[in-house]
Ligand binder design. Structure first.
Ligand SMILES: CCCCCCCC/C=C\CCCCCCCC(=O)N[C@@H](CO)[C@H](O)/C=C/CCCCCCCCCCCCC
Ligand SMILES: [Ca+2]
Ligand SMILES: [Zn+2]
Length: 275
C-alpha cells in the first residue's frame, strides 16, 4: 500500500482525472470545469428524493427510532460526493463516492437487518450495530488497497439485498407489499444493467452517440433505494412495532400508479398511552 501511495503528493490525489475510473460520457463536453456534465447533474435527484424520504419516513422513525433517519441523511452526502467525483474524476472524489455508499449501506444494515437473522452469538441490535461498525471500519481501510474493485464489491451488497427481498417475499401474500418488492427489484435490475452497460459496452453506446447510461443509473438507483428502504422499513415495522398497525401508502396520491411509497401508522400507541 505504501509503495503505491508514498511517492504521490496530497495534491495529486485531488487532481482532475487522477482516478483510474472514467465513465462512458465524453469528458469536458459541456464545460471546461466539469469532466462529466450529465453524470454530475444527474446527482441532483439525490437532493430532491432524500428530503422527501426523510419527511415521509418521519412518523415511522418517531415511533421506532430516530436513528433510522441516518440512512437518508447520508444519502444526501452520497449525492454530494458522487457529483464531486464526476465533476473532477479525482481519486479523492472516487473514494468519497464509494466510501459514502459503504457507510450508508452499513447504516441500513445496522438499523434494519432483521433480528431473526442475527448470528446466534448476537443478542440485541446494539451489539449487532457495533459489529457492523467494526466490519465497516476494516472494509474502509481495505478499500484503499485496490480501489478499482470497490465498485464491484459494493454491487455485491445490491445482490445480497435483492436475495433477502426475494426470500422474504416467498411467504408474503399482501398485494401492496408484493407490488413494492417487484418495483424495487425491477428498478435495481434496470439500474445495474445501465451501470454494467456503461462500464463494459461503451464503444457500442458511443457509436449510437448515447453515453448517458451512468447518469441514468444515478436516477434509477436512488429511486430503487427509495422503494427498497420503504419496503424494508414496512417489514421492520410489522415485526418490531406491530401494535401501531403499519400500512403502505403512496405520496402524493395513493391511487396513482406511481409515487413515493411510505408507511402510515394507523394507531399511535405512544400518544394514546399519555391520554
Ligand atoms: C437490511 C439492509 C437495508 C439497507 C438499505 C440501504 C440501502 C442504501 C444503499 C445504497 C445506496 C446506493 C447509492 C448509489 C450511489 C450511486 C453513486 C455512484 O454512481 N457511484 C458509482 C461511481 O460513480 C459507483 O461505481 C457505484 C458503485 C455501486 C454501488 C452499489 C450500491 C448498492 C445499492 C443497493 C441498492 C438496493 C437494491 C434493491 C434490491 C431490491
Ligand atoms: Ca468519461
Ligand atoms: Zn456515478
Amino acid at each position: 500500500m505504501g509503495g503505491v501511495y508514498s511517492s504521490k503528493r496530497i495534491a495529486d490525489f485531488f487532481a482532475y482525472e487522477s482516478s483510474e475510473l472514467d465513465w462512458c460520457e465524453d469528458n469536458y463536453k459541456h464545460s471546461e470545469h466539469v469532466v462529466e456534465y450529465f453524470n454530475t447533474i444527474s446527482n441532483f435527484f439525490f437532493f430532491i428524493i432524500s428530503p422527501i424520504m426523510l419527511y415521509l419516513m418521519h412518523p415511522y422513525a418517531k415511533e421506532r427510532s430516530l436513528s433510522i433517519h441516518t440512512v437518508w441523511i447520508m444519502m444526501i452526502f452520497v449525492g454530494l460526493f458522487s457529483a464531486y467525483f464526476h465533476m473532477t474524476l479525482s481519486f479523492v472524489g472516487q473514494m468519497l463516492d464509494e466510501l459514502s455508499i459503504l457507510w450508508v449501506l452499513a447504516a441500513g444494515y445496522a438499523v434494519w437487518f432483521p433480528r431473526k437473522l442475527f448470528p446466534s452469538f448476537i443478542k440485541d441490535r446494539s451489539t449487532f450495530s457495533k459489529l457492523v461498525l467494526l466490519i465497516t471500519i476494516v472494509t474502509t481501510m481495505l478499500s484503499f488497497l485496490k480501489p478499482t474493485v470497490n465498485a464491484y464489491v459494493l454491487n455485491c451488497f445490491g445482490i445480497h439485498l435483492f436475495y433477502m427481498v426475494a426470500v422474504e417475499m416467498r411467504s408474503c401474500t399482501d398485494q401492496k407489499v408484493l407490488r413494492l418488492a417487484k418495483l424495487s427489484m425491477s428498478l435495481w435490475a434496470l439500474a445495474v444493467s445501465c451501470w454494467i452497460s456503461d462500464r463494459f459496452g461503451c464503444s457500442f453506446w458511443q457509436r449510437l452517440n448515447f453515453c448517458y447510461l451512468h447518469g441514468i443509473w444515478h436516477i434509477l438507483i436512488v429511486m430503487a433505494v427509495a422503494y427498497l428502504s420503504t419496503l424494508i422499513a414496512y417489514l421492520d415495522a410489522s415485526y418490531e412495532i406491530p401494535y401501531s398497525l403499519p400500512g403502505l401508502q403512496y405520496w402524493p396520491c395513493d391511487k396513482w400508479a406511481v409515487g413515493f411509497p411510505h408507511i402510515v401508522l394507523k394507531r399511535m400507541p405512544k400518544t394514546q398511552k399519555r391520554c
